[in-house]
Ligand binder design. Structure first.
Ligand code: HEM
Length: 425
């Protein structure tokens, strides 16, 4: 399980069925591949669970941000932050997503080689930094990227069973982690304090966080809470989207038929002009490509919940304290829901009969990803910008294998060659 959790969970589902039980020490684990039960877990009886404990170890970074907090704080914060992710706001972010993707490609040359995961990570960090901070983002994004790299490396270790041990020891990695956290705090508090001092009201995510008031109590978030939410959005909105885009580029490279169909759609709809948020509804194939990519390689590959009490759903029962796991990387490839599960078939979504809770790249219920709409816009617009001008192909000899850490990453990276598709303007 520790060496290759993905393979292990797939084997567990094959050998023990859709409600596989596993006992580790005196703790009960259940791996669910039953969409009805998953719906009950996340929606109907969602309040009877808390998030799986491994998240607690990441509190140094996220504090009591939306990803890690529990109700009632979580519920209050969710209500406060929801307006920042509404449809009308997403169009503004969309225009900026196109600008950032064009800026990334400004340095690309026909025939050059690049590491696609790194390039997409650079892109999505820039996008999330500009969504949060608009103008202050420029130089801060690079500084934040540098510190986040150290922090994320450590977080990937912290979620492992030996994680807490690492934090307690004065190892170089844990010292670097603490130093990077301090630096990140300095940068983020710096921006928050400067904004408060300036009295400026801006239309970005930070502006929304600063001005949000609880409808019932009129209360605002304090400085620490804003810091926690900023950090949470930075990490939750950057790693996930970067991996989703990188996996999609890989799948397109491996499936030239789908890539051509996407290019045709782009040429037809855009006629050579830059894609914008208004084009989103007219790019349905592009949407299906992104959807199918997150089926095969869901960036958040596993969810965990702990039962606050003994849990019953129809004939299924789990004792208090049990951990219920939904491994999307396994569930999304179950043949009973997705025929030919290992094939990249974007058009399967035209007439899919898979139950709703057989596909959940953004989770579900009260903890559904708050950035889902944002992420769809980002996925489709970044892909549209990239594929309009370039094709990316995997370099020979680059082995590709998913690695389940905090997010699902290509274990050996994705070294790709860029070829210009249309005349540069
Ligand atoms: C392809 C991109 C993305 C994927 C696959 C993804 C996936 C997820 C999933 C599965 C969860 C639920 C975790 C759980 O229930 O334990 C989640 C939560 C969350 N995501 Fe995303 N996410 C993406 C992009 C984003 C973006 C762009 C943002 C912000 C700009 C964001 C912010 C958050 C936050 C704040 C939460 C916590 C929500 C809560 O608990 O109320 N995510 N995401």
């Amino acid at each position: 399980m520790i060496q290759n959790p993905l393979r292990y969970f797939a084997h567990l589902a094959d050998s023990k069925g859709p409600r596989a039980h596993l006992k580790l020490g005196n703790r009960h684990f259940y791996l669910l591949n039953d969409p009805e039960l998953i719906r009950d877990l996340l929606i109907t009886q969602g309040a009877a669970f808390e998030k799986f404990p491994r998240i607690e170890r990441t509190k140094g970074l996220f504090g009591e941000g939306l990803l890690t907090s529990e109700d009632p704080l979580h519920l209050r914060q969710r209500r406060l932050m929801q307006p920042a992710f509404q449809r009308e706001r997403i169009a503004d972010y969309g225009r900026m997503m196109t600008r950032c993707t064009q800026a990334l490609m400004a340095d690309w040359r026909d025939g050059q080689e690049l590491e696609a995961t790194e390039a997409m990570s650079q892109l999505t960090l820039e996008i999330v930094a500009r969504s949060l901070f608009t103008t202050e983002a420029g130089d801060k994004a690079a500084m934040i990227a540098h510190e986040l790299e150290v922090v994320l490396k450590m977080l990937n270790q912290l979620v492992m069973p030996w994680g807490p041990l690492l934090l307690g020891l004065p190892l170089p990695a844990s010292l670097r982690y603490r130093a990077a956290l301090r630096k990140l705090d300095e940068i983020v508090y710096g921006v928050i304090d400067a904004r408060i001092a300036s009295g400026e009201e801006r239309d970005d995510l930070l502006g929304m966080l600063l001005s949000a008031r609880d409808a019932e109590t009129g209360e605002r978030m304090d400085r620490l809470q804003i810091r926690d939410e900023v950090m949470t959005i930075f990490v939750a909105g950057h790693e996930t989207a970067a991996n989703a885009l990188a996996w999609t580029l890989y799948l397109l490279a491996e499936n030239p038929g789908a890539r051509e169909q996407m290019e045709e759609e782009l040429d037809q709809v855009l006629g050579g002009r830059l894609p914008g948020p208004e084009d989103y509804p007219n790019l349905p194939f592009c949407q299906r490509v992104f959807q199918e990519s997150m089926r095969m390689y869901p960036p958040v590959w596993i969810l965990g919940r702990r039962a606050l009490d003994s849990y019953t759903c129809n004939d299924f029962t789990a004792p208090k304290g049990s951990i219920l796991l939904v491994c999307m990387a396994v569930l999304h490839r179950r043949e009973e829901f997705f025929p030919e599960p290992d094939r990249f078939l974007p058009n399967r979504w035209l007439n899919s009969t898979a139950p709703k809770f057989a596909y959940l790249p953004f989770g579900g219920g009260g903890r559904l990803c708050i950035g889902e709409r944002y992420a769809w816009m980002e996925g489709v617009l970044c892909l549209a910008n990239l594929a309009q001008r370039y094709r990316l192909d995997l370099l020979p000899g680059n082995q590709v294998e998913p690695l389940g850490l905090l997010t699902l990453r290509p274990k050996h990276g994705l070294r790709m060659r860029v070829s210009a598709r249309v005349q540069q303007r």
